[in-house]
Design a protein around this ligand. Sequence first.
Ligand SMILES: NC(=O)c1ccc[n+]([C@@H]2O[C@H](COP(=O)([O-])OP(=O)(O)OC[C@H]3O[C@@H](n4cnc5c(N)ncnc54)[C@H](OP(=O)(O)O)[C@@H]3O)[C@@H](O)[C@H]2O)c1
Length: 272
Amino acid sequence: MSRAYAGHRIVITGAGAGIGALMAEKFAARGAEVIVTARREQAARDVSEHIRNSGGEAFPYVLDVTDIDSIPAFRDKLHAERGRITMLINNAGVVFGGEFEQLPLADHLNTFQVNTNGLVAMTHAFLPDLIQASSAWLVNIASASAFLGLPYGSSYAASKWAVVGFSESIRLEMQMREFDHVGVTTVCPSYIATGMFEGVKTPLLSPMLTPDKVVRSILKGLKRGDAFVIEPPMARSVELLKGTLPRGIWDQVARITGVSTSMYSWRGKSRK
Ligand SMILES: NC(=O)c1ccc[n+]([C@@H]2O[C@H](COP(=O)([O-])OP(=O)(O)OC[C@H]3O[C@@H](n4cnc5c(N)ncnc54)[C@H](OP(=O)(O)O)[C@@H]3O)[C@@H](O)[C@H]2O)c1
């Protein structure tokens, strides 16, 4: 196994489950010290213990990214206990599916608070660490739904559109400020079998992805220095099609391929 990430200290949000936990495992296996943050203490502990038992370095921390005021305090505590970081992976996310007005407003707003505001606040707290490092990376987990409208998942899609706009802007800003050592990668996967989108009907040519496939693509993309990691390959054509086809035709394509109807049957594991 390569030690490509030896010397890196990586904070991952929402690392107590799903692809966050898997990324923690994979980066630790490649030599990184992983800061496993989760809002549930036991989840952070379990993932860290699993990594340590496999010979990796991992440290559990409780972090709820919606508690924006606690984020600078978390950073200061981490600096005091472990030191500065070289990589931030903004992974925490939630989704609430259903007919827009039938869902409580609190669920819509919570979606933005976790997926967008928490991500912006974490980046605000830790970008100085990344700028000070000799080689650093910011990885933002968005979604393939950031390229299109998602009926029955409008707030989720919107929160991820915001992540793409934010992430791309920071990437360009790092270049313009000549911080070329700070890479920024935006990850846009379609549906992944983690339970978050339990019940969805996957669109044509976009089968349910395995967490392993997505994490392998992320590792590959980082190695290449890619600005975007998009899975499956089909999802890469969405921007082009949406930008060139007349709107009504695109709407039909999205419907016929099952993109627009995929969330209709969502059950997911809703979380508060
Ligand atoms: N699954 C998909 O189909 C899919 C597709 C595209 C993009 N994504 C994105 O990929 C990322 C990871 O999702 P996943 O598929 O691995 O699903 P997941 O297993 O549900 O992981 C989401 C993680 O975020 C955590 N989280 C939720 N609210 C949080 C908060 N307030 N503070 C800190 N952590 C919080 C969850 O913690 P708890 O376990 O405590 O709830 C969980 O560990 C998300 O950003 C998601 O939007 C997922």
